[in-house]
Design a protein around this ligand. Structure first.
Ligand SMILES: NC(=O)C1=CN([C@@H]2O[C@H](COP(=O)(O)OP(=O)(O)OC[C@H]3O[C@@H](n4cnc5c(N)ncnc54)[C@H](OP(=O)(O)O)[C@@H]3O)[C@@H](O)[C@H]2O)C=CC1
Ligand SMILES: N[C@@H](CC=O)C(=O)O
Length: 397
């Protein structure tokens, strides 16, 4: 018996999937009990490509793939909401399992595909949509069997973490670091998605739907990118013991999902401080188990292929609702958060109740507030980690 696959897209991810299936055929056969064969590949511009094997149909017409009678699984490694969602709907209606790496599409249209898949008794795999090679979806599904997840915090975009690391470590300009991320296959076709936080927001949204059964309302999401962070700021804060990281947070509070994607400053004893280059990391807080952290490559050809192959292995698993949204006393507690107030004007805008803890450089203060800061301004940057370790300096003025 053979599991026949149609691959939509033959770029970084599509090629990674094809090569992985070829190179690990023996292992896959042992796991699945069947041979795995890519029978067709869809691309947009056929002139750019050659079929990797004579037996593989290479086409730019989806209808050709839809008409094939022997396809069991369709893997989506193309870009954007349409035509991907229509292709996958058609595939499901034909009784095919689908696997997607396409976060933009899945963040928007997951409900349509999952409902349709239930009706046609097929599965929808989406491990590759979040955090590249980190098996976060499977981990959460296992965790959610017993736990209520109270908060998820993490670096979910490999490209922006790579850029921030290269700007700090190698003094690369923003543009050169981005160009390198594109060359390495980490960035999205439109890298605005990476650097402006859309990609991390799509991923947070997918996690939110799995954990809380609902997506954050886009108009309530604070989404800020990294494009305005200057190399001089990175160096300045690095010398004070703080690293810029682009962090996504999701939690359930006051009966709705709260989501933010923004640059923060991380102190050296915080786990995210060491998460560098294209690495992603996810910290999960859950009520029974406590805290769990996962770290691994967040983008690239083989890490993403690994996530897609995992979905192949879990193909016949049922999709069910994992959500526990009852609020606990813990959800109601307001915690203190630490911020850098950067520049004299920031100090003048401090909200009532804010406490100035110390001055760590000229015109740079650590302040503490209850809960989140309502002022969304670049002169306030949240700090993660132990701020008592930051050195106090004498006031200069
Ligand atoms: N790169 C990464 O690290 C990761 C990417 N992803 C997601 O995986 C997907 C693919 O990413 P990636 O491989 O990097 O992208 P690439 O740009 O490298 O490749 C995209 C492929 O899809 C094909 N394609 C795009 N649009 C269409 C269309 N409308 N019809 C047919 N074919 C189309 C392109 O064809 P052609 O070559 O002819 O232009 C190309 O082969 C994206 O949704 C991305 O968000 C997810 C996790 C990680
Ligand atoms: N562009 C994305 C690719 C993986 O999801 C990223 O950089 O994280």
């Amino acid at each position: 018996m053979t599991i026949n696959i149609a691959l939509l897209g033959y770029g970084t991810v599509g090629k990674g999937v094809y090569r992985t299936i070829q190179q690990h055929q023996g292992r896959l056969q042992k796991l699945l009990g069947e041979e795995i064969k890519v029978v067709a590949i869809l691309v947009r511009d056929i002139k750019k490509h050659t079929a990797p094997d004579q037996s593989v149909i290479l086409t730019n017409q989806y209808e050709e793939i839809q008409q094939l009678e022997n396809v069991d699984v369709v893997i989506d490694a193309i870009v954007g909401i349409e035509p991907a969602v229509t292709y996958l709907q058609n595939a499901i209606e034909k009784g095919r399992h689908v696997i997607t790496a396409n976060k933009e599409m899945f963040a928007e249209k997951s409900h349509i595909l999952r409902e349709l898949a239930k009706k046609y008794h097929v599965s929808v795999g989406y491990e590759a949509t979040v955090a590249g090679g980190i098996p976060i979806i499977q981990t959460l599904k296992k965790l959610l069997n017993a736990n209520k997840v109270t908060k998820v915090e993490g670096i979910l975009n490999g490209t922006s973490n790579f850029i921030l690391t290269k700007m700090r470590e190698e003094q690369l300009s923003f543009d050169n670091a981005l160009a390198l991320a594109q060359e390495l296959g980490y960035a999205e076709a439109d890298p605005t998605n990476d650097i402006e936080g859309f990609d991390a927001y799509y991923k947070a949204s997918i996690l939110s739907e799995l954990i809380y059964g609902e997506k954050p309302k886009s108009e309530q999401v604070e989404r800020r990118g990294i494009a305005s962070i200057a190399k001089s700021d990175i160096t300045f804060f690095n010398e004070l013991g703080l690293r810029y990281k682009h962090v996504a947070t999701i939690e359930y509070a006051q009966s709705h999902v709260k989501c933010a994607v923004r640059p923060v400053l991380v102190e050296s004893n915080h786990p995210l401080y060491q998460v560098e280059d294209v690495q992603n990391a996810i910290h999960i807080e859950a009520d029974i188990v406590g805290s769990i952290s996962l770290q691994g490559p967040g983008a690239g050809m083989y890490p993403t292929a690994s996530a897609i192959i995992e979905d192949l292995i879990h193909l016949k698993e049922e999709d069910r609702d994992y959500t526990f949204n009852e609020e606990s006393a813990l959800d109601q507690q307001s915690v203190k958060t630490s911020w850098i107030a950067y520049g004299r004007s920031a100090l003048l805008q401090l909200p009532e109740g804010a406490e100035i803890m110390k001055m760590i450089a000229n015109d740079t203060w650590v302040v503490e507030i209850e809960g989140d800061l309502s002022i969304k301004d670049a002169s306030f940057i949240e700090i993660l980690g132990d701020t008592t370790r930051l050195k106090e300096v004498k006031k200069i003025h």
